[in-house]
Design a binder for this molecule. Sequence first.
Ligand SMILES: [Zn+2]
Ligand SMILES: [Zn+2]
Length: 251
Amino acid sequence: MRIASLGSGSRGNATLVQHENTTLLVDNGFSLKQFTQRLDRFEIEPGSIDAVLLTHEHGDHSGGIERLCRNHDIPLWTAVGTARAALAPHFQYHRLVAGHTVTIGGIEVMPITVPHDASEPLQFIFHQLDNGKRLGILTDTGHVTRHIIEAFSCLDALLLEFNYDPEMLESGPYPDMLKQRVGGNLGHLSNQQSIELLRQIDTARLNCLIAAHISEKNNAPVIVEQLIRQLDDLPAPVLANQNEGFDWISI
Ligand SMILES: [Zn+2]
Ligand SMILES: [Zn+2]
């Protein structure tokens, strides 16, 4: 299995997960033109994507979903609440239910409920069926729950949100309402919350750690990197960024 990102952050997210002939896309917050340009460097045709998984309705994840799926006839999988909030009324989709796996090609997908200010937000764990490797994606999460700690333990790879540095958020340019939203229980994970999650999950098998959805205004890659490097026994992190995401990483 391998993972790549077309871009990560509040101006658009799209993540590829691939195993042999199966290509999955998690979210698309980019216009069709932007998406196609960004996809080009991975030498994938949009029409060869087997399924799009939509985590929640916020525009940085859902903004380009309908046009992409319609223009290239790609099946969409999402929760009922997300579909109601994000899609046109009669847009066809396959229903995801938290805690119930679906198998697409050689990859089993487990949707996980997370606390976020959206209708029915999900994040995902991908299980490569032929060798047991497990990859987790966790962004847009307001706080760490018991359920998240259990679900995201014993992974081989983890893409984890490091959204904001609390001091930078506090003194940064966001209006107070938005500061409270981002830093609240249904907002995003701070650097410290994500570090705390890494301390609480079993990371014995973890050989790939990707820091993602890093705020360009309320965080700095160098802070994230320093914090992660202070933890023992963790791989050096890959930092996803807004403009370029990151290239294929094999798991
Ligand atoms: Zn987001
Ligand atoms: Zn969100």
